[in-house]
Design a protein around this ligand. Structure first.
Ligand SMILES: [Zn+2]
Length: 325
């Protein structure tokens, strides 16, 4: 693990290694857990068209569910919100179809993940994914029962649980350039998949300020811009590139998109401004006609539910510097 391997070599072990450099790790405060809403209808689908997901199915790994505390109030909430086996299977199929198309696609290589164990337990934060100590091909997704109990309003339970599961499932199946990929890009790919699975939460907002690799939906929407600009399959090619080589920023992006990432990010900023300008123009034209609808769109924060900062919890071994996994 860690050595460069040509594409024809055997599969690298797809350990999801937490980012090596804190430079790339977005602080948890940048990715607050979704604010609870009082929405009574399912969340809207992403503003960009959801990529059509093919109907081919991939072979599944061994799937396990471990509930560490059945007396925790979050446990029955989880069990009634989603059928556990289907939830895991569906999130795997969505992830694999978006990152690898089909089991027979020759241009992408599915990692040999052998098992995924979903562990529901009381812990701070939302969720994280890790390889087991003995074998990185066995993955564990730790999902907070406290988060499930306290931070998701009843109408959003299924959608949010599936969204978090899908994000974490990406970490069970994505490549990380032998541990050299920036954490923000790893998290961006995970949220790009979540977006395309139609599971983006209502608080997600496309914006183009700050750094391209701030992670999560911030980077996810940037990846979506690149998909639209360079053609469907860009993120799949990006993931495949992370399978075969170590990450060297300038070379990586120039080979993938023909331009360094800073320029691509600047292009995205311009395109975003234009799009925003157009939307505002349209908004002005429509002013006065749909005031009622606009009022309905405003999210109301429920102050009785604690707002948790940070999409991910800290893995058990760390103390002061939360790692994104
Ligand atoms: Zn993540």
């Amino acid at each position: 693990m860690g050595e460069f391997q040509p594409p024809s070599s055997p599969l690298p072990t797809p350990v999801f290694t937490p980012p090596q450099s804190s430079r790339h790790v977005p602080p948890p405060s940048e990715t607050p857990a979704p604010p609870p809403t009082e929405a009574t209808t399912p969340s809207p689908t992403p503003s960009s068209p959801t990529q059509s997901i093919s109907s081919t199915t991939f072979p599944l790994p061994k799937l396990r569910l471990e509930i560490r505390d059945l007396n925790h109030k979050g446990a029955p909430i989880f069990l009634t919100a989603v059928p556990a086996s289907n939830a895991l299977q569906k999130s795997i199929q969505d992830v694999l179809k978006l990152l690898y198309v089909s089991p027979t696609t020759k241009t992408s290589t599915v990692p040999p993940t052998r098992s995924v164990t979903l562990i529901l337990r009381s812990m701070p934060g939302v969720a994280y994914t890790t390889g087991t100590e003995l074998d990185a091909e066995h993955k564990e997704i730790h999902f907070s029962l406290d988060y499930i109990q306290n931070s998701i309003t009843a109408p959003r339970r299924e959608h949010e649980i599936m969204g978090v599961l899908t994000h974490e499932m990406v970490h069970c199946y994505q490549y990380d350039a032998f541990g050299t990929c920036p954490g923000g890009l790893i998290e961006g790919v995970a949220d790009w998949v979540r977006l395309h699975a139609g599971l983006s939460p209502p608080h997600w907002k496309k914006e183009a300020s700050g750094k391209w690799d701030a992670g999560y939906q911030h980077t996810g929407y940037f990846l979506e811009y690149l998909e639209q600009r360079f053609g469907r399959g860009l993120v799949r090619r990006l993931n495949e590139k992370l399978r075969i080589e170590k990450y060297q920023e300038k070379r990586f992006w120039t080979e993938l998109c023909g331009r360094p990432v800073e320029l691509l990010w600047a292009d995205y900023g311009k395109s975003f401004k234009k799009e925003k300008g157009r939307n505002e123009e349209e908004g002005k034209e429509g002013e006065g006609r749909n005031e009622d609808e606009e009022c309905v769109m405003v999210e109301k924060e429920d102050t009785t539910i604690p707002t948790k900062k940070g999409f991910h919890a800290e893995p058990k071994s760390t103390s002061t510097n939360p790692r994104v996994t």
